[in-house]
Design a protein around this ligand. Sequence first.
Ligand SMILES: Nc1nc2c(c(=O)[nH]1)N[C@H]1C(S)=C(S)[C@@H](COP(=O)(O)OP(=O)(O)OC[C@H]3O[C@@H](n4cnc5c(=O)[nH]c(N)nc54)[C@H](O)[C@@H]3O)O[C@H]1N2
Ligand SMILES: Nc1nc2c(c(=O)[nH]1)N[C@H]1C(S)=C(S)[C@@H](COP(=O)(O)OP(=O)(O)OC[C@H]3O[C@@H](n4cnc5c(=O)[nH]c(N)nc54)[C@H](O)[C@@H]3O)O[C@H]1N2
Ligand code: SF4
Ligand SMILES: [Mo]
Length: 815
Amino acid sequence: MIKNRFKALLSPDVTRRGFIKSSSMLGGLAAVTSSLSLPFKSTLAQAKETPPKADEKVVWSACTVNCGSRCPLRMHVVDGEIKWVETDNTGTDNYAAKDVQVRACLRGRSMRRRVYNPDRLKYPLKRVGKRGEGKFKRISWEEAYDEIANHLQRIIENYGNEAVYLNYGTGTLGGTVTRSWPPGNTLVARLMNLKGGYLNHYGDYSTAQIAEGLNYTYGGWANGNSFSDLENAKLIVQFGNNPAETRMSGGGLIHHYVESKAKSQARTIIIDPRYTDTAGGREDEWIPIRPGTDTAFISAMAYVMIKEALVDQPFLDKYCVGYDEKTLPASAPANSDYKSYILGLGDDKTPKTPEWAATITGIPADIIIKTAREIGSTKPCAIHQGWGLQRTAGGEIASRAVAMLAILTGNVGINGGGSGARESDYSIPFVRFPTLENPVKTSISMFLWTDAIVRGPEMTALKDGVRGKDKLDVPIKFIWNYAGNCLINQHADINRTHDILQDDTACEMIVVIDNHMTASAKYADIVLPDLTTSEQADFCMDGKAANMPYFIYADQAIKPQFEARGIYEICSELAKRLGVEDAFTEGRDQEGWLRHLYAETRKLDSSLPDFETVRQQGIVKRTDPNGHYVAYKAFREDPQNNPLSTPSGKIEIYSERLAEIAATWELPEGDVIHPLPVYTSTFEGWDDPKRSEYPLQLTGFHFKARVHSTYGNVDILKEAARQEMWINPIDAQARGIKNGDRVRIFNDRGETRIHAKVTPRIIPGVVALGEGAWYTPDGRKIDQSGSINVLTTQRPSPLAKGNPQHTNLVQVQRV
Ligand SMILES: Nc1nc2c(c(=O)[nH]1)N[C@H]1C(S)=C(S)[C@@H](COP(=O)(O)OP(=O)(O)OC[C@H]3O[C@@H](n4cnc5c(=O)[nH]c(N)nc54)[C@H](O)[C@@H]3O)O[C@H]1N2
Ligand SMILES: Nc1nc2c(c(=O)[nH]1)N[C@H]1C(S)=C(S)[C@@H](COP(=O)(O)OP(=O)(O)OC[C@H]3O[C@@H](n4cnc5c(=O)[nH]c(N)nc54)[C@H](O)[C@@H]3O)O[C@H]1N2
Ligand code: SF4
Ligand SMILES: [Mo]
């Protein structure tokens, strides 16, 4: 069996339909050519389906990782083993027909290599060495359950439920039973809620700053128009958005982006420190920008637009608060409106001229002027942002600034326009696993859990953003880490986290539930081997292809490997030991729950096929009844009857709530919270004095070879798209670095080594690393794999207390 499996790993995944071509395409993505992010389109459309052999069974499964998509996988199983993996074979290539084939990317198609990976966890493990050393002994499931239940009960008795924390983890967020994110909607949460609850968190590593920032502008989570609506745009402007890598699959939105742009033929401007794969060959203009300076660029464009009467004054008067003194709230001081700020009539007395911004952003003044004129005079203009520029030290303000551009030009709420937020879509309403209510109401920012271990009771509402209470009462003593690698790999400042976790008198118990021996698993006291998606049945949710949402029934393709067990069984067994089994299971097994949840869903939509049909057909597709999604359309049409959920009901350019927060919170030196989206310097920005020691800005990006760290141990993917550090020829030459040289990247937090990619695709003064490479310390605290989080800071952003993981200063040398 083992031998067989090994053989399976050696054979190419993709013999049947010439997919080998596609895997070299992934490698080729690093080069600038345009068709590459549409990996399978023509190959698949022309391919003929080969009928399965007699001894072969084809089972619908899915890839449920956190890439923003969700893909069906059809597992070809022979003798109980997955031999190869195909994807959706229903639907067409015709986007207008809204029955698109949802094609998995090469990551999903290499799922077999994740299921049969040498890193696969086989048995429950108990730590015997120090945390992080990776020394474990094999134990039985019974011992593991008892150990966990006993420590949990002891810790709850000694410290209370607030000492129990569910760490962020998105490894299988697409599942229903197996869902891992948000942690509050997982089976672990259901279990804990039956035992008195746990310390909550707010925010997430993806969108902490934008969710908080745009909440003050638009009220609640801010939506953008769907990519499908780009067919109505005359001009497209993308700030720090790279869907060719971050929205990659057949269901992935990059296809809609390309299809819609092909229809509208709209000119596209991409603003990014890197010439991204989204730019590659199909943008009309790339404006390289210094990280963290988008607000200065936008302020200067606002200056040009105001001077040249290109702002949409009627829109600003009718829908907005605080553009000029006419709509400034009574509580605001004189000249604190946006127009005064831009013209230099506010406190700082600095007009935000193109020359002023050129110094900050690195964008020449004439480009700023030209871009402002183009955006100001081309309607409708679709302005979108990704989440790259908000995962920064000043990300709350930067995200509001991008929205400001859409607001100034009156592009909000119309077809072909956009709000300046990220693209949004319609999804199918589906009844999810009930996870019950958490009796504990206190929460911390998801980024501050390491602080809550070392200084929990010192953390306050005004200083650290504790919510639901003035301060925390107890530190974190127990951590559940389900399907996440944020204990180490994905969290900032790995060396600091290592020191905090190594002390097992601080956090006393860590339980990791995963498929693989990850960097995080090495810090566990107990490791539980979970089933992969291939080994159990589940509904996989939230798939969407712009206005064609879908869900997948992923059936069990193979038997559980080794001693792995599923999360439902794990939590049910623990519930038994904690005396809440009946309440936890409600008498159902996993399939019983799937049938029950689906029956509840069909009550909402009786046109959905029955359970057995879905199991057969694997994927269920729908179309958005409203066509293209247009954010804030109702508000635009009738603001009186459809007010926003901001206090004024309008778009708040000036936010009184932020003015109040700015006046009351205790902020460290240099942190700025402001009622307007004003440009400010930040820690570790382009003008930080620390640049004399660490002269390069290091920015991260989400990489096509992995989904964060997941798939990061798949050999063929690592070869296809290598981990590299991007550096401009000017900076490389100054350091004697040639393309392919191994370099050390370091600052006072740590050091990592990897090969250099010397390329004009990145602005001088900036280097970039794909996030998520597997942390590989060499015993001297030097990472050998280009794992970015040895370099990132734990200092939170001012308002969201979020992760500024794209804001770092480093030095680079040839090894
Ligand atoms: N420097 C830097 N750091 C970042 C980011 C960045 O841009 N820069 N991005 C941040 C963002 S946006 C995010 S969302 C986070 C993501 O951080 P995580 O949510 O930690 O994502 P992954 O690294 O993919 O880890 C998922 C884990 O789930 C496991 N897993 C996969 N499938 C299953 C399953 O079926 N069952 C179980 N039990 N486990 C499974 C995988 O093996 C893996 O260990 O990273 C953040 N970290
Ligand atoms: N293949 C793949 N796809 C993924 C993921 C993955 O790990 N792999 N992760 C998924 C997840 S969980 C998330 S949250 C999303 C993340 O989606 P995003 O956060 O949008 O992705 P990033 O690559 O971090 O950032 C997007 C772009 O912003 C640029 N950028 C960085 N700083 C700045 C700045 O200051 N200004 C400007 N203008 N641009 C800047 C980066 O160079 C990058 O090209 O992606 C999802 N999709
Ligand atoms: S990684 Fe994302 S795009 Fe690729 S197969 Fe999985 S869900 Fe689809
Ligand atoms: Mo994310």
